[in-house]
Design a binder for this molecule. Structure first.
Ligand code: ATP
Length: 148
């Protein structure tokens, strides 16, 4: 059996409502080729939720308040330099936008951009993150008084 090193990251779907629609933020990486949710490794001593809020602030330039747990995704990848095989788990949280500007995105991110959730679902690069966005949309529908 192949041995893999477990790696745990956390990420966020940060949202706001504009004209009755849910808008969410995706970040572009790898020279703008990949669109995905802001995420990153949990630092020592951090709780997963704290780390998710920090990653969204650092990568997307935005502050968010936690609203719900969106579950996790998992995937395997091999680091091209070290050749280490990773089994990665990424836990996501739904965050309500409270402030900040995507123009203040992190240096390691090519762009951070607000999308109507339908456009985000079409744009996001990985299928498993598309599913995270879908469950965020479901949650939002449950929260929104308009659809209650
Ligand atoms: P982190 O943002 O957690 O610090 P990272 O930027 O170092 O992580 P990943 O984004 O996990 O690394 O990318 C490592 C490898 O996994 C890359 O080859 C990437 O293409 C692949 N990968 C990234 N996200 C996913 C995903 N959601 N599903 C499948 N493979 C993915």
């Amino acid at each position: 059996m192949t041995r893999a090193t477990v790696q745990r990251s956390v990420g966020g779907v940060i949202y706001r409502e504009r004209e009755g629609e849910m808008w969410v933020v995706l970040i572009a990486t790898r020279g703008g080729k990949t669109w995905g949710l802001p995420k990153g490794l949990i630092e020592k001593g951090e709780k997963p939720l704290e780390a998710a809020v920090r990653e969204v602030r650092e990568e997307a330039g935005l502050q968010g308040d936690p609203v719900a747990d969106l579950g996790h995704i998992e995937y395997w990848y091999r680091d091209s330099k070290s050749k280490v095989l990773y089994h990665k788990f990424v836990q996501y949280y739904l965050l309500n936008y409270v402030g900040g500007d995507v123009a203040d995105h992190g240096w390691e991110v090519d762009e951070a951009r607000w999308f109507p959730v339908g456009d985000a679902l079409e744009t996001v690069s990985y299928e498993n993150e598309r599913e995270v966005l879908s469950s965020a949309q479901e949650r939002w529908r449950g929260l929104s008084p308009r659809d209650a």
